[in-house]
Design a protein around this ligand. Structure first.
Ligand code: AMP
Ligand code: ZN
Length: 666
């Protein structure tokens, strides 16, 4: 046998042993024999460097050091999941899904919600290529070197799957491993880790992969993403992923109805305490991939999935004090300072009380014993007061009347849950908060400028609003604490670069109350420039799709304020984009004005997203379900039969992809 053959054989064997041990939990070789074989492979590889393979089992032990993790933009965004807490929530979701799809012929998969750190693995031609953390969902960190040390992740697939794909999963630290790590830390006199989830996600970002390889991390896979349409259902794709070597927990189940889903939930609600790892809920997914595609995504989460959160753990503790925080929009949030207490693996000291109504509803008072709840990611919440333990002479809580920061009298408009400090331009946390929002990633995304620097700039009186940023000079910022020449230059050039940011992000950055990312986009589409927007009347504003009274009034208030007008003018003079560029206007027409479209099926010339964009760019509206208001259904291949029927019933015109393209090119 040549050394190449020998190397390949050993690699094959060792991959198999790993799979048996770490995925199937069924060792077929002793640790000792495994080590001998691994040493043999390492020796051969060293003697024959021409046969190096980054996916060799010898690469599992780590060794690579990553100083800075490379940022990688996800090919497919990593969404969150919508949450539900009750049977009704799930039934509502089912109804929405049925309505959307126009059928009640829907199967579901049930999976546990593994509590760890999400990861996206890329495979090409049966080989592991890279691993990227979820990050903010749009881009994450390249943690390939660290991930490779997790033995239950196959580096080479056992047999054909799909050629190129991404597979998503959760990196978890099983409880046994977690407790063992903590025991060691305790014995070494080191501070113990708080909980498995944080430890798992922290592990991914360790610089030394050798250290990662020592941690008993595991990886459970829950989604395959591929352009090949080999599998028709989610369940089938997972079962096949398991066959080729991935660790897909055996707990996943296929369910024919929502009632069967409830059985699954009931079972795991108590049984979860016997699992070797933590779970904070169940994830329910529409099984049919074609239906998943039809359902698509909201701004945050897939419509085809929902998480059900188990009831959280509860403890009781004492309320020491209520503090009031002022947000960037002036909104006041009461925060409870609690006697520190252990809850679900973390120490809880604070909990949000949301607003005055909440305080009144709970009838919560200083020195009360309160029940605190926390589940997974959720910030601790005060559920109720333990009235049996209320001190004899307690006083009802009186909500503050004046701003704790600037003493202005607070206002509360009808229909608003929160009190506001109206001193927009004189209240410190509002001023700072607005600038911080302005520079944030989803807004102006200014490189080299963070929240702390804003605090410093404010303290030194160098800025008092976001327009001031554009007047800053390198010479002004160099003297700031911890500011080197290089970082000063970065900061100024980052600010300059933000002048390229498109109008819709700028509009969001302005921080107008109730104008979030989505609303900003809608407004930009309709008004095209800040000038048009600022002179729009209330009636014009509310006539825009999805703009309600509250948003309209907020825009009017903003536009009527002299300080805002001045700020906008200064931004304009500085070259910040306050209108849609002529470039992007070029492709926009109002050919489809007033027409409502529904898009269904598979398309070939445009992707679904492109198709929807083309409709909107030409003034049309995309709706998700067929109704009397629908004018056209753009019907692709495999359009659902129930949709077809509905379209026919309502006499809606069906057009092909080609028809549509002709329609807009006329
Ligand atoms: P959340 O962060 O609460 O919005 O929930 C979304 C996250 O749940 C995803 O990013 C995954 O990391 C995680 N997750 C855990 N188990 C599953 C599962 N079975 N299916 C989908 N996501 C899951
Ligand atoms: Zn104030």
């Amino acid at each position: 046998m040549s050394s190449q053959q020998k190397i390949e054989q050993l690699r094959e064997e060792l991959h198999q042993y790993n799979h048996n041990y770490y995925v199937l939990d069924n060792a077929i070789i002793s640790d000792y024999d495994f080590d001998i074989k691994l040493k043999e492979l390492e020796k051969l590889e060293e003697e024959n460097p021409q046969f190096f393979d980054t996916n060799s089992p010898s690469q599992r032990v780590g060794g690579g050091i990553t100083k800075n993790f490379e940022t990688i933009i996800h090919k497919n965004r990593m969404y969150s999941l919508d949450n539900s807490y009750s049977r009704e929530d799930i039934q509502d979701w089912e109804k929405r899904v049925q309505k959307f799809l126009g059928t009640d012929d829907i199967e579901f998969t049930c999976e546990l919600k593994y509590d760890g750190a999400s990861i996206n693995l890329t495979f090409e031609n049966g080989q592991f290529v890279k691993a990227v953390t979820r990050g903010d969902g749009f881009q994450g960190d390249n943690v390939t070197t660290n991930i490779k040390t997790i033995r239950s992740i196959p580096l080479k697939l056992k047999r054909d799957f799909v050629k190129n794909f991404e597979i998503r999963g959760e990196i978890v630290l099983p409880l046994k491993g977690f407790l063992k790590m903590n025991k060691e830390r305790f014995e070494n006199g080191e501070e113990e880790y708080k909980n498995p989830r944080n430890t798992a996600s922290g592990s991914l970002k360790l610089q030394d992969s050798t250290e990662v390889s020592k941690r008993p991390l595991d990886c459970f896979l829950y989604q395959v993403i591929t352009e090949e349409r080999k599998y028709k259902t989610h369940f089938e794709s997972l079962e096949n992923a398991r066959e080729v070597g991935f660790k897909v927990p055996e707990t996943i189940a296929l369910k024919k109805s929502i009632n069967d889903v409830f059985e699954f939930i009931n079972f795991w609600d108590s049984e979860r305490h016997n699992l070797p790892y933590e779970t904070d809920g169940i994830v329910i997914k529409v099984n049919n991939l074609q239906q998943q595609e039809e359902l698509g995504y909201t701004a945050k989460a897939p419509r085809w999935a929902i998480a059900y959160k188990f009831k959280a753990e509860q403890v009781s503790t004492v309320l020491n004090e209520i503090k009031y925080q002022v947000g960037r929009t002036g909104a006041i949030t009461p925060v409870a300072n609690l006697e520190p207490v252990q809850l679900a693996g973390t120490t809880v000291k604070r909990a949000s009380l949301h607003n005055a109504d909440q305080i009144e509803k709970l009838d919560i008072r200083i020195n009360d014993f309160v029940f605190v709840e926390k589940g997974g990611e959720i910030i601790p919440k005060i559920i109720a007061v333990d009235f049996t333990k209320r001190p004899m002479y307690s006083e009802p809580t009186v909500y503050i009347k004046n701003c704790p920061e600037c003493n202005s009298e607070l206002i509360r408009t009808k229909g608003d849950a929160k009190h506001y400090c109206p001193n927009e331009f004189g209240c410190a946390p509002q001023i700072t908060g607005r600038i911080q929002h302005f520079i944030s990633r989803k807004a102006m995304d200014i490189d080299g400028l963070g929240g702390e620097t804003i605090d410093l700039l404010r303290k030194e009186n160098l800025i008092s609003n976001y327009a001031d940023l554009y007047d800053l000079t390198v010479a002004q910022v160099i003297p700031l604490e911890r500011m080197a020449e290089k970082s000063a230059q970065n900061m100024i050039s980052g600010i300059k670069k933000s002048k390229e940011i498109p109008f819709e992000k700028v509009l969001f950055a302005l921080g107008i109350r109730f104008v979030g990312e989505t609303v900003a986009k809608k407004l930009v589409k309709h008004f095209k420039s800040i000038d048009n927007l600022m002179v729009a009347s209330f009636d014009t504003l509310v006539s825009v799709d999805e703009i309600g009274d509250r948003i309209a009034q907020s825009i009017i208030d903003f536009s009527n304020n002299l300080s805002n007008i001045q700020l906008i003018n200064r931004l304009k003079l500085n070259g910040v984009k306050l209108e849609v560029s002529s470039e992007s206007l070029k492709n926009q027409t109002d050919k489809l004005q007033g027409e409502v479209f529904v898009v269904s099926g598979i398309f070939y010339q445009l992707s679904r997203t492109e198709l929807k964009k083309a409709i909107e760019d030409n003034g049309g509206k995309v709706s998700s379900s067929i109704s009397k208001k629908t004018n056209y259904v753009v019907a692709g291949d495999n359009m659902g039969p129930s949709k077809l029927e509905k379209a026919n019933d309502l006499g809606v015109t069906l057009i092909s992809e080609q028809d549509f393209l002709e329609m807009i090119s006329e």
